[in-house]
Design a protein around this ligand. Sequence first.
Ligand code: NDP
Ligand code: OXD
Length: 287
Amino acid sequence: MPEREFRYWPELCDPEGIDYALVWQPEPGLLTSLPNLKLIVCLGAGVDGILADPSLPRHVPIVRLVDPYMTDTMSEYVVLQVLRLHRQDLDYRAQQRAGEWHERAQKNACERTVGILGFGTMGQDAGRKLRMLGFDVAGWSRAPKDVPGFATHAGAAGLDAILARSEIVVCLLPLTAATDGILNAGAFARMPRGAAIVNAGRGRHVLEADLLMALESGQISAAVLDVFCEEPLRPDHPFWRHPHIIVTPHVAAETHPATAVSIVREAIHCFEAGLPLANRVVPARGY
Ligand code: NDP
Ligand code: OXD
C-alpha cells in the first residue's frame, strides 16, 4: 500500500496521526490511546484478541479479515485432519511403531457424520469440501440457517442434536462469552462413544482437563488441536506426548500478506467512500 504512510508499533511517533489500526492481538489500552482512530482492521479472522481489551474504543468500527485464500487453507487443514481420523491414521501409526500388521474395520465416509460447530465462512467451506468426499456433514450456528445439502442446527437444543449425531466434531467457532469452554465434559458425554474432535477455533473452546479425562475413559478417542489456552503450548504440557492427540502450532489458516493486502485496502477505501463495510464485527455479539 505505497499510497499510505505506515507506522509500526511501538514506534507510532504521534498517536494523533494514526487514522487506521491494522492489528490482531493489540496490547490492551493501545487502541484507546489513538485519539483520531477511525477504523480498526483485524489482520486475522478471529477478533477475540481485539474485543478482549476492556478499554477498546467502542465507537470505532472493526472489520475482520475474510480472505478466500485463508478459507481454502482452513478447509485443507480440516479435510486433512478429518481424513486422518476417519482412516484411523493414529492407530495405524501406532501399529507401525510396534511393527504390527493388523487390518482395522473401516467405515465409508457416507457412514460418518462430521459435525461442524461454527457454520460460518470457514465452517461452510470446509463442510462443502468434506461433503465432496462423501461425508455426511451437519453444521451448527447461532442463528438458524438453511444451507442446501446440509443438516443444520442452531442454539442450545441444536447443540445437543449435532453432538449426538457426530462421530467427528470440528470446532470453527469464534471465541465469545457463549462459546468459551463449549467443548467440556458435558459436551463430550453427549457425543457418540469414541467420537473425535478437531479444534481449530480457539484454545479456550476446549476445557483441557475435561478432554484429558474423556480421552482416558475412551469416551473421546482422539483430538486434533491447532489452538490452545496458552500459546505457545508449554514444553511440559501433557498434550505434546499424548498418544491420542495431534498438536499443530496454530497454523490451520495463517494470514497471507500477499492476498490480505487488497482486502485491507478495500476496507479502508469503503470506509473513506462512506460505503457499507464488509465483514464488520458486532462487538455486542462477540464476533
Ligand atoms: P464466521 O463469523 O464467518 O463464522 C462463525 C460461525 O460461528 C457462524 O456460523 C456463527 O453463527 C457461529 N457462532 C458464533 N457464536 C455462536 C454461538 N454462540 N452458538 C452457535 N454458533 C455460533 O467466522 P469464520 O468462519 O471466518 O472464523 C471462525 C473462527 O475460526 C475465527 O473466529 C477464529 O477463532 C478461527 N480461526 C482459526 C484459525 C487458525 O489458524 N486456527 C484461522 C482463522 C480463523 P451465525 O452464522 O449464526 O452468525
Ligand atoms: C485468525 C487466526 O483468527 O489465525 O485469523 O487464528
